[in-house]
Every structure is written in structure tokens, then in C-alpha cells.
Design a binder for this molecule. Structure first.
Ligand code: PDD
Length: 302
């Protein structure tokens, strides 16, 4: 840790001082004291699943949906682990000072004290959770949101992208490729259809109508994606879940990506070609406002 008494270190990192309590297997510990076996299957095989849950003003956002998705991932990879997630995560957030935090939760299959591909059902899963700060995008407003440029790359992931697995090597590599090419996001394409972004869902707008790929095992069922569709429905924005090919993507008036940590972010350029007029779109602005208003009301208990 930085060991400095300031809220912000000169290096730009938040001082973790009171922000570094993590949860590991039933205990709340300072980060430095949390240790996991080198034989943990999460470490050796990526044999684990995770969730990322935003807390606004100390309150979990769409907690039940996140827990349902975690249970879906756990069941799909046959890790048995039932916990009082609400209580664990709320205590962790409180111990880290509440406010606007993103909680990372990971459940691995555990450690058998050796490396072996086969596993025994009696293994005790490893449960780890930690927090990091998130920005309050409601206060910032649409004008402050930095639009993204993206590349499209082949989706080389497995066929169970609905499971929130920690095997993220393809996601990491495409994002790095994007960075090497001077842009900030990578969109996956599989069988000539766009699936999602490196860690986000994909939307486009054409003539005022919102389009997003259908839910399938090719994409993660994003909690933010669901909320966007609910808000669109409620506020009269027409939408359709459809296949999106490359031509349709480039011909869109607007492209956005969404995730719990970033909210809804406009993409103004794909593979060097401008989307629409290359500005943040009018439908994005409307949805951004609806989305951040919705969050803000929850945060402030209105
Ligand atoms: N990722 N698709 C992928 C591949 C993702 O990794 C994510 C989120 C999403 C959006 O899901 P949600 O709206 O529920 O955050 C879609 C998280 C934030 C992460 O990996 O850190």
C-alpha cells in the first residue's frame, strides 16, 4: 500500500487506508493479509466465476439480478456455494466507507492442494470480494462523458459467454489490441454477427429505433442492458433485439456500449469510420438522462 496520509497519492491512486478491507472466506481483512493458495483452481485454471456490482450511496444496485446471475454462473459451472451475499457484501461496503463503490466478487472452485484437472465435489470454494471507487456519472452529466472509438475483432471466446467466468484472456487481448491501435474499445464479431464489447453490451440506433443483439450464450446478459430495455419500453423508445452485422453497425446513427461500471457510453467511431455524424447521439442523450436519473433516485431514496 502507499502508506501516505492523503486521500489521493501523487501517483493518482486513491489511498486505500480505510478502503482496503477485503472479504475472503468468511473474514473481513486488510488487503495485505488476504492470502489464497497457489493451488487454488481459480489461479491455476481460471476455474471460477465473478460478479461486478455497483453500490450507490452504499446501496447495492439491482442486487437481486446480480445474485441471480451469479447463481446462474455457479450452477452452470457446477460450483456449489450458497451464501448470504447481501449480508456479506453490505458489510464489506460499510467497512469500506459506503458511498459509490463497485464490488468485485469471485467464487473459485477452491484448492485441492495439488494441480489436477479433475476435481472433487467436496472442495471448499474460495470466496473473495473487494471494492473500488466509481464515479457518480449523474453529477457529471452527458456533456462530460468521453465518447469511445472502437475496433471490431473476431470473437474467439468459448460458446458460454452467458457465464460470467474469470477466463478473460480473449477479452484482455482484444482490449490491448484496441489500445495498440489508439482506440478504447473492442467489439466482438462471431459468425458475421456482432456480439458484445470486451466487457460491455452493444446497442445501436437507426432512425430513432434502438437495436441490441438477442440474449443468447454468445453474450453476457448485462444488468445494465436489461435496465436500458426497460427504460426504453417505459419511455416510448422503440427497440428490437436482432442480429447485427458489420454493415448494419457501420450504417447506424448511433452506437453505444453498456456496463455496470461504465453506464452507457457512446461509440463515435468504429474501425476508423465515423458513426452517424461522429457526435454523441440524441437518443443516447435521452437514454443517458433516463438511466442516470433512475440510478440517482435509487441512490437518494426518492
Ligand atoms: N463486465 N458483457 C461482458 C463480456 C461483460 O464483461 C460485462 C460486464 C457486460 C455488461 O454487464 P453488466 O451491465 O451487468 O455490467 C457485458 C464487468 C463490468 C467486468 O467484467 O468488470
Amino acid at each position: 500500500m502507499h502508506g501516505c496520509p492523503h486521500v489521493l497519492c501523487r501517483c493518482g491512486y486513491l489511498r486505500l487506508g480505510d478502503m482496503n478491507t477485503v472479504y475472503l472466506n468468511g473474514e473481513f481483512l486488510p488487503e495485505q493479509e488476504a492470502k489464497v493458495s497457489v493451488f487454488d483452481r481459480g489461479f491455476l485454471f481460471g476455474d471460477s466465476v465473478y460478479e461486478v456490482i455497483p453500490f450507490y450511496q452504499g446501496v447495492g444496485f439491482r442486487m437481486q439480478e446480480h445474485i441471480d446471475r451469479l447463481n446462474h454462473s455457479l450452477r452452470a459451472v457446477r460450483i456449489k456455494n450458497e451464501q448470504n451475499w447481501d449480508a456479506i457484501l453490505q458489510t464489506l461496503v460499510d467497512k469500506n466507507g459506503g458511498g459509490n463503490l463497485s464490488v468485485y466478487l469471485q467464487v473459485t472452485r477452491g484448492s485441492a492442494g495439488k494441480r489436477s484437472h479433475v476435481y472433487d465435489d467436496s472442495l471448499q470454494p474460495t470466496v473473495f470480494a473487494c471494492c473500488s471507487q466509481i464515479k457518480d456519472i449523474w453529477q457529471e452529466g452527458a456533456d462530460e462523458v468521453l465518447p469511445l472509438k472502437a475496433i471490431v475483432t473476431e470473437d474467439l471466446r468459448w460458446h458460454r459467454c452467458d457465464i460470467k467466468s474469470t477466463c478473460l484472456l480473449p477479452n484482455i487481448l482484444v482490449l490491448q489490441q484496441a489500445k495498440d491501435e489508439g482506440v478504447q474499445e473492442a467489439l466482438f464479431s462471431r459468425d458475421e454477427k456482432l456480439t458484445e464489447g470486451s466487457a460491455c453490451n452493444l446497442f445501436l440506433v437507426k432512425r430513432g429505433v434502438l437495436y441490441t443483439p438477442k440474449r443468447s450464450s454468445d453474450i453476457l446478459g448485462g444488468i445494465t442492458r436489461e435496465l436500458i430495455l426497460e427504460l426504453a419500453d417505459k419511455h416510448g423508445v422503440q427497440f428490437q433485439e436482432i442480429d447485427i452485422d458489420y454493415e448494419r453497425l457501420l450504417a447506424a446513427d448511433e452506437v453505444w456500449v453498456s456496463s455496470s461500471t461504465r453506464g452507457i457510453v457512446p461509440v463515435i467511431e468504429v474501425d476508423g469510420q465515423l458513426i452517424g455524424d461522429g457526435q454523441k447521439g440524441i437518443v443516447w442523450r435521452k437514454m443517458f438522462e433516463l438511466f442516470t436519473d433512475f440510478q440517482h433516485k435509487l441512490m437518494t431514496g426518492q
